[in-house]
Design a protein. Structure first.
Length: 248
């Protein structure tokens, strides 16, 4: 049995998050400090125009395991892709800056609690999941979008859009060089590629808290995500997700 400690990179995409990032970093590092893991918290600054980078740098001075990765503004998908590919640990976790999933849920995505997986996706649906404070209209809109996702691309996955997902290093190297979408629908492209590549995908029911500061617009972003969904289906049908990164 391998007794070496688990190593995890927490990748936090951030665009103009100065208002809530300090609290998120404090919560993450306080929790990680209690675990017998190797870890880094990698904040990927997506071209912020506020003090987001300075907040990260202030925290990094207290702990070198907090890393600021500066990127040009491309969108959440672009920031996530850059961060996961640059991450240093064998397990790599996407974590929204609003920390709407309590950090205490993190061990459920890692050995010894969870084993034998390539991609573990947080799910706000199904047995054991809890949604707290979410307005009914947003929940209904989310279920409508998931219905479209299941019909067009990812059947069998109840919650593709939750912002908390764990990847093995192997999965990151197989998936993310093929990712082309930088917008909100990047999650669907990621999972589509994972399925085409034959990777093991599991859903992890979580507790999730609605945050009012979400930047998603049901109308504007909904239209954009539907357009991207059609693009993903077309790329999959053309076989553009079938080659591993090493064969590109």
């Amino acid at each position: 049995m391998d007794d070496s400690p688990v190593g995890v990179s927490i990748v936090v995409p951030a665009f103009n998050e100065e208002a809530r990032l300090a609290e998120t970093l404090a919560e993450l590092t306080a929790f990680l400090g209690t675990r017998p893991w190797r870890w880094e918290v990698r904040v990927v600054d997506d071209g912020s125009t506020d003090r987001t980078p300075h907040v990260v740098e202030e925290h990094a001075r207290t702990d070198p395991r907090i890393v600021l990765q500066r990127e040009p503004h491309r969108g959440k998908g672009g920031a996530v892709k850059a961060g996961l590919l640059a991450a240093t640990e064998p397990y790599r976790f996407i974590c929204d800056a609003d920390l709407s999933m309590p950090v205490a849920e993190l061990p459920r995505f890692l050995p010894p609690v969870l084993t034998d997986f390539d991609v573990a996706i947080g799910s706000r649906e199904g047995h054991g999941a809890r949604r707290i404070g979410e307005p009914l209209v947003r929940h209904v809109a989310g279920r409508v979008f998931n219905y479209l996702v299941q019909r067009l691309t990812m059947s069998g996955i109840e919650d593709t859009q939750c912002g908390f997902k764990m990847f093995s290093g192997r999965a990151v190297e197989a998936i993310f060089p093929l990712v082309s979408i930088d917008g909100w629908a990047f999650d669907i492209e990621v999972l589509t590629i994972a399925r085409v590549q034959g990777l093991r995908i599991v859903e992890v029911p979580i507790e999730w808290h609605y945050r009012r500061a979400s930047r998603i617009s049901l109308f504007r972003d909904g239209i954009s995500m539907f357009t991207e969904l059609l693009r993903i289906r077309a790329r999959a049908r053309r076989g553009q997700y079938e080659r591993s990164a090493s064969r590109r």
